[in-house]
Design a binder for this molecule. Structure first.
Ligand code: NAD
Length: 513
């Protein structure tokens, strides 16, 4: 594909064959352990990448440690200036990078562009933040003493990211950590390494222009083995990991065992509640995009629809009209709304979930087919499914990372709906559609939604970078991006300064010397 070859070239990924060396720009050894990357859009080979070895990992850590000695001394607003330049470079490369995200991961081009825009936005946010890394001052109980707190860089931040947001989630972590004075080691998903390599090229240029070591931002291409090395590594004080709950439990355990810090952003099982007072016109748009957008592969995708019995049939009828006509196709085709799943394993998981939920009593209303024929040769295109189900079914309790929407009927009050919505192990995103203030406030109250994100009259999917992003329960409890999420990337220090000539001891202790 000439167009994609041009995009790779433009982004600095020049060698497709032999295997592209991993982005270990400081001279990491390439090795024979390569992985072929195919596009889920058409199954075509894009490039082969070298997978890092444990020796490569060692070298990356050493490079990061050396760079930390330089970077932590750079004043925070100057670090912000570097991030500003990175944001500018991302603006220059927005179309090419957006296209590569789309082609490598399979999300539609507009979403690929949206993902790059999120990176640009977080750069802007981090630039402002670089002048606001502030702590409190407190009054001391001792005379002529002053107390305050300050935040210092942590050191190496390990970032493990998932395939579905191949670059945005990394940028949320890395741009904040960078202005905080940390150095980063990023291990992107082994399914989407090329966008990572492209970003590393962009950053390398900025660092070189500013005569800074590339080891401030490190990239390592590898699989779970490299992620596991990072989780167990005492030299990495913070590991931020985004992905499945299964992975998060392993990372959390390994980091916890060495009393390191982890920031976990794991799976969701997000619901929209439609009460009897819902504005259906607004709700339907949110539901459809939430459930089928990114082919159901967002952590915030809408998986459950909890509908008041008075509206149930009407909603079902509307969805059954819309679903059969969804434009499913190549993600770079501007008329497409639903692209492919990431790979054939994901297709199998989709089909298995549908089979199992039907065995449990669920009723498949529409969709569920795996598409074949012209345009669908990759075998990764499916028809989004709608299933009537009950919340306690095992499959409904699980996150299947594919476009399956479960319709769940409730009767009674909004509190009954909230109980259903909270009745799963995950706690990422939630939404209510209602024009009744009593219902929406109940949803947001202490006894309301137990999720990290709770929306009113907008859907579950997507988030603005200004707010802290993350979820509770098996979603892992981490928060990243906006608000005061930056604090996790720093260590807090309380300082007491005596500017008198006496040394009053705490607790009134007196002794002669
Ligand atoms: P995954 O768990 O298979 O892989 C995610 C990353 O973890 C990859 O880089 C992988 O190599 C690494 N990894 C896997 N096992 C590991 C181990 N034992 N130790 C260290 N690293 C390991 O997830 P995926 O299929 O890439 O992504 C989909 C999942 O990610 C979904 O569950 C989705 O909800 C979740 N997700 C969550 C958020 C969020 O912010 N909460 C955002 C995006 C995706």
């Amino acid at each position: 594909n000439k167009e994609i070859a041009d995009v790779l070239h433009q982004l600095g990924i020049k060698e497709q064959n032999p295997a592209y060396s991993t982005g270990l720009a400081w001279g990491g050894q390439s090795n024979s352990n390569t992985r072929d990357i195919h596009s889920p859009a058409n199954g075509n080979f894009i490039a082969a990448v070298n997978m890092a070895t444990p020796d490569d990992y060692e070298q990356v850590v050493k490079t990061a440690q050396d760079a930390f000695k330089v970077w932590r001394k750079v004043p925070a607003p100057k670090r912000g200036e570097i991030v500003r330049q990175i944001g500018d470079k991302l603006r220059e490369h927005k179309e090419a990078l957006g296209k590569l995200v789309s082609y490598e991961m399979g999300k539609i081009y507009q979403e690929g562009l949206g993902e790059v825009q999120e990176m640009i936005d977080i750069c802007d946010f981090a630039v402002g933040l670089s002048r606001q890394l502030h702590g409190f001052t407190m009054h001391s109980e001792r005379p002529e003493h002053r107390m305050y707190e300050q935040y210092h860089p942590l050191g190496i931040v390990g970032i493990i990211s998932a395939f579905n947001f191949p670059v945005a989630v990394w940028s949320w972590n890395t741009m904040l950590a960078a202005v905080c004075g940390d150095v980063m080691i990023w291990k992107p998903s082994e399914k989407t390494p090329l966008t990572g390599i492209a970003c590393q090229h962009i950053i390398r240029e900025v660092l070189a222009e500013n005569e800074l070591p590339e080891g401030i931002f490190n990239l390592i291409i590898g699989d779970a083995e490299i992620g596991s090395l990072m989780s167990h590594d005492k030299r990495v004080p913070l590991v931020s990991a985004t992905g499945s709950t299964r992975m998060g439990k392993k990372v959390g355990e390994a980091v916890g065992a060495r009393l390191g810090k982890s920031l976990l952003e794991l799976g969701g099982n997000n619901a929209i509640i439609l009460t009897e007072n819902a504005d259906l016109e607004m709700a339907i748009r949110a539901i459809v995009f939430g459930a089928v957008g990114t082919c159901g592969q967002r952590c915030t995708s809408t998986r459950r629809l909890i509908i008041h019995e008075s509206k149930y049939e009407q909603v079902k009828e509307r969805l059954l009209k819309i679903y059969p006509n969804l434009p499913i196709g190549h993600p770079l085709d501007s008329t497409t709304l639903v692209g492919p799943l990431i790979d054939k394993d994901a297709v199998a998981a989709f089909s298995n979930a549908l089979e199992k939920v039907q065995q449990e009593g669920g009723r498949l209303l529409t969709g569920g087919e795996v598409l074949s024929g012209e345009g669908y040769e990759s075998g990764t295109y499916v028809k989004p499914a709608v299933v009537e189900a009950e919340n306690h079914y095992e499959m409904v309790q699980e996150e299947t990372f594919a476009p399956i929407l479960y319709l769940i009927k409730y009767s009674g009050s909004v509190e009954d709906a909230i109980e259903i919505q909270n009745g799963v192990r995950q706690g990422l995103s939630s939404a209510i559609f209602s024009t009744n203030l009593l219902e929406t406030e109940a949803f947001l109250g202490h006894w309301g939604s137990d999720c990290g994100i709770a929306n009113v009259n907008i859907g579950t999917s997507g988030a603005e970078i200004g707010g802290a992003f993350g979820g509770e329960k098996e979603t892992g409890g981490g928060r990243e991006s906006g608000s005061d999420a930056w604090k996790v990337y720093m260590r807090r220090q309380t300082n007491t300064i005596n500017y008198g000539r006496e040394l009053p001891l705490a607790q009134g202790i007196k002794f002669d010397i």
